[in-house]
Design a protein around this ligand. Structure first.
Ligand code: PLP
Length: 393
């Protein structure tokens, strides 16, 4: 550390230069990221709320109220305005909280997850000492519910379904999982970290989408992250429980706080109010109509990409996307080679064993999709000679 501080103007200029490069890369090249580019108003709201610590809710009463209102709004979007929840650091914390609640509520030691589930569920199980049973997928990339049913034992603490898988945006048959959960008296957690802010609006736009939320009686908890499709700045994850009873086994009181004892179930104690202020503001400013428009736009870009990929000789889709996540591969190349070539062409896509993932986010444009498509087509050519020829043309 330096002895003497520097000129603040010089330091801030250097900071802006460094961060701007990242922002540019994220905005124009990282078409595989699930994170929102926050709306300008969300950044302002974040700054207004930034000093607050909602972990000390007796001092920061106002922000604590904003969190309750945001949870209520999002809860009603998930068919349960009385859901108990919190704005947390992200989907990982939300999934940990869900399995923690399930384990303590049931006092059991196993969890059944689809093989498509996010790594955060493995982290959660590892932290909580839960044995993981992996349920395979069917040919449509959704979980095999019969396997789940057959593998429930006296030790099953929870079963998990994903509404918008990380790799492909597939939606597990949550309705069937809910029936299994009710029939066997099992805790069902739905990871809708990405899909939770897409599916309700897709439904309103007339798309046929499966039920996934608290409307289904077997669903005990849901993860939905505003920092994914909610246009909120990071860190803004969301966890929602059906009722207070499920949260009770993970609720702790911190008695010494200046504003009086606080009962909370989040992992972190001190919690930032900035993301809460941003989420609350976005929900008010955009409303359902605003979010519907956002999803409509993302789907328009998705459909444009899908149509064009389907026309391409060298490219193929893994499946018809349910939401704005597209899995694409090159027919004559390994995924590794395809990925490497896309990187050389300047794109940052997410690589999975069977495909590359493109996510059409609210900040993307038709022009960007056009450029991406041109490069997907170029990269998919089998030989370097073919590739060089198209690069020259
Ligand atoms: C389905 C799903 N759940 C949970 C997560 C974890 O979210 P976060 O990175 O915000 O912790 C992700 C991240 O991509 C995800 O795709």
């Amino acid at each position: 550390m330096r002895e003497e501080g520097c000129d603040p103007k010089v330091v801030l200029e250097e900071l802006a230069r460094i961060v701007e490069e990242d922002v540019k890369r994220f905005t124009f090249r990282a078409v595989g990221s699930m994170c929102s580019k926050p709306l300008p108003i969300a950044k302002i709201a974040y700054l207004i709320g930034m000093e607050s610590n909602v972990g000390d809710a007796g001092v920061w009463e106002g922000v604590a109220r904003l969190e309750k209102e945001a949870i209520q709004d999002l809860g009603s979007l998930l068919s349960n305005p009385r859901a108990v929840g919190a704005i947390v650091s992200g989907g990982t914390e939300a999934n940990i909280l869900a399995l923690w609640a399930a384990r303590n509520y049931t006092k059991k030691s196993e969890v059944i997850v689809p093989t498509s589930c996010h790594i955060s569920l493995y982290k959660a199980a590892n932290l909580l000492g839960l044995k993981v049973i992996e349920a395979p997928l069917k040919s449509d990339y959704t979980v095999d519910v019969d396997f789940v049913r057959r593998n429930i034992t006296n030790e099953t603490a929870a079963i998990v379904g994903v509404a918008g898988t990380t790799a492909l945006g597939a939606v597990d048959p949550i309705e069937e999982l809910s029936e299994v959960a009710l029939e066997k008296g099992i805790y069902l957690h739905v990871d809708a970290a990405f899909g939770g802010m897409v599916l309700p609006f897709l439904k309103e736009l007339g798309y046929e989408v499966p039920e996934f939320d608290f409307k289904l009686d077997g669903v005990c908890s849901i993860t939905v992250d505003p920092h994914k499709m909610g246009l909120a700045p990071i860190p803004a994850g969301g966890i929602f429980f059906r009722n207070e009873e499920l949260v009770e086994p993970i609720t702790f009181e911190t008695p010494y706080l200046a504003g009086g004892g606080v009962r909370s179930f989040t992992i972190t104690g001190t919690r930032p109010g900035g993301p809460i202020a941003a989420v609350w503001t976005l929900l008010r400013v955009l409303g359902k109509r605003g979010y519907r428009e956002v999803v409509k736009r993302c789907m328009k870009l998705t459909e444009m990409l899908v149509r064009r990929v389907e026309e391409e000789e060298e490219l193929e889709l893994l499946m018809r996307p349910v939401m704005n996540i597209v899995g694409v591969r090159a027919k004559r190349l390994s995924v590794k080679e395809f990925s490497l070539r896309m990187r050389k062409l300047g794109w940052l896509l997410s690589e999975f064993p069977t495909h590359l993932r493109v996510i059409l986010m609210p900040h993307h444009t038709e022009r960007l999709v056009g450029e991406l498509l041109r490069d997907l087509r170029r990269a998919a050519l089998r030989s370097h000679v073919e590739l060089r020829a198209t690069l020259k043309s």
